[in-house]
Design a protein. Structure first.
Length: 284
């Protein structure tokens, strides 16, 4: 990855974090921890890899993304707004009555959403359906999905894994956000889903384990997945609450909004990171 691309993606991820925090604060509810942990994954897909067009959000040959961990939609909404699918100012209406930006993505309300999600475990199954349709119809688009580590405790995730392996859905690329925490604490203590890599391998998937905050590792993994003849899962080691010192690695911030003072502290850190990223890109 060249430096110019890396700096642009750093800036995009930093801005996604700022907008996601703004969304949750204005809603007085939401899920900041997991939204912050997937910022680099979302930034890479929407600002580098995916074939999408905000002027034609339903074009048939577009790549699809299913946010199976739908509660982290503040990050997805932020990327869609920055790409021009809807006005950035609308982020402040997140979870408000009548808003298109509800607490889980709704494909019938907002352009750019490929699948309505919310019930954990179901999104990855929908992604499998999209992928097998594409293969059988000769369509060339890719289907991306983002799964949570707590979500991987759901049996339906493994039914989908078996399905994808059986039908060799090599046009499916799943990112598993392994930030190690769910609402009740460490996923390995609540209901241990590990070893995730060995389990996906057993179902016939091509598995890669990376640093989910490193764009070069993300890009290398996606390029490897494009060359694979199997369904693909990229297990991303991430930090819950990434970018906000008092939220990082803290399960308390799985699903609650910051109060005013906490929001101001969080935004001071996130905006400082965004300004640094902008300055770095400007200076090359």
């Amino acid at each position: 990855m060249n430096r110019e691309k890396l700096l642009c993606l750093d800036e995009a991820a930093a801005k996604i974090r700022c907008l996601a925090m703004e969304a949750v604060y204005n809603a007085e509810s939401g899920h900041p921890g997991g939204s912050l942990s997937i910022a680099e994954i979302i930034a890479y897909l929407y600002f580098e890899k995916m074939n999408i067009d905000p002027n034609d959000p339903c074009k048939p040959d577009r790549d699809r993304l299913v946010l199976s961990k739908g509660h982290t939609c503040p990050a997805l909404y932020s990327a869609l707004a920055l790409k021009g699918f809807f006005p950035v100012e609308e982020i402040k209406t997140f979870r408000h009555l009548g808003s298109r930006l509800q607490g889980h993505p709704d494909m019938n309300k907002l352009p750019g959403i490929d699948m309505t999600t919310g019930s954990l475990g179901q999104g990855i199954s929908a992604a499998c359906g999209m992928a097998i349709k594409a293969k059988r119809c000769g369509d060339k688009y890719k289907v991306f999905a983002i799964i949570g580590d707590g979500e991987s405790q759901e049996g339906q995730v493994w039914e989908a894994a078996m399905f994808a392996g059986h039908y060799k859905l090599n046009n499916l690329i799943a990112f598993l956000d392994f930030n190690h925490l769910q609402i009740d604490g460490d996923v390995r203590e609540v209901m241990n889903p590990t070893p995730l890599d060995k389990k996906f391998e057993a179902f016939g998937w091509y598995v890669q384990v990376i640093d989910g905050h490193n764009f070069e590792e993300i890009e290398n993994a996606v390029n490897n997945a494009y060359a694979s003849d199997k369904p693909n899962v990229i297990i991303c080691n991430t930090i819950k609450g990434k970018g906000v010192s008092f939220m990082e690695n803290n399960a308390e911030w799985h699903g609650k909004a910051p109060k005013k003072e906490q929001y101001e502290l969080a935004m001071a850190e996130l905006e400082a990171a965004y300004e640094r990223a902008k300055e770095n890109r400007k200076n090359g």
